[in-house]
Design a protein. Sequence first.
Length: 430
Amino acid sequence: MVALHRLPPPAWMASIPTGWQDVRLKDVVHLPRVSKLGKPRLYAGLEHVQALTGVASPVPLDEDVSTFNVVAPGTICFGKLRPYLAKVFMAGDTLAVSTEFLPMIPTPAVDPMFLCFLLLSKGFIDHISDEVAGAKMPRVDWGILSSRRIPLPPKPVQAQIVRDLKFKLISVDRQLELLALRREAVSDIKKSLREEVLLTHPPRNPGGLDAPAWHGEVPKGWHLDRIGHLFKQVAIFGGEGLPVLSVSIHRGISDKELVDGEQDRKVARSENRGKYKRVRPDDIVYNQMRAWQGGFGVSRVDGLVSPAYVVSRPRRKVEPRFIEHMLRTSSGVEEMRRRSRGIIDFRLRLYWDEFKDIRIPLPPLAEQIRLSDELDRRLKAIDLQDEAIVEMAKLVTEQRRALIHEAVTGLSNAAPSSRSPKIARHPAAA
């Protein structure tokens, strides 16, 4: 029997519903002992778990992954790094998981899926995140999590909440899937537009030796040059008062303070900015691990970026926007993927020695500027569509979080009812 604590409700809740218990997390879970499950086939790292959703997409376990924990089905895995991202999931199979997850095994007093939903809820995540806000790499551990107080309804009510939530989330998750597909379609349209403008020119010297494979023949009046001849790598740190910028795989480098979420603002504003790399207008910045996915761009403002990013600065007169547009064609992104090093995709890294060796077909400077201006103009309307999709996805994600929070705190009146047998038997909610 779980101990009942007669205390005020947890700080992240207004009240505990009648008939529910107020328990500490360590009352209803325990840490796994040394595993005797053998070596599993699948692996899940932080990068394989969607933020805020509880959805994990494990990949085949590769020999390159040398350190991991093995967890059994039903184990709750809580991402310790950057808890505001809520990278929490329940293992549906025997898995190898990153040591950046804290594995917890629920006791018989709690439904594993109910606990997973509760640990994903906005109130719980915000409460935990507030406790570690301010650290450069905010992280939680068992010492922080174990004493957290949570509401616990009777076991039958937990099961009903899980069934109801799964059913309610079907339509919400479908909306998110459709929005993700729309965003991919918009990205493909942008790539096609860039290829139409940049790569459909009469070639010179068909089959010539100076024609790199990734973009075809060099147009008449253009010449080839390597990125290393056009840009140099720089690493200047710090800049008081400068904004911390993000690098997006869809939109390039931002021109405003990193604001991916309230927690990100707390982290960015409290860190030692002397450890960030300084960028200035016309610098090309890329994320070594995500360049091949489109994680690069041209800075339009003075700012700071993560020390893990590569910053390159023009050596001579060149239009950096043109270089970015060229690299954002489908063939350009594939060339960066080909040059990235790593055994499997999620560990690929594009090092400067490879990036600087990419050859770019260049028209005269005036033509670089004209083509870049044309693409910026034509892409503007498409970017507005992309922004609208992103904002809609944020709203739907918040709706999803609200549904979960209301259910696991009793705000949605989720107690079993004779009026809900159809929901309980719905095949998608099983």
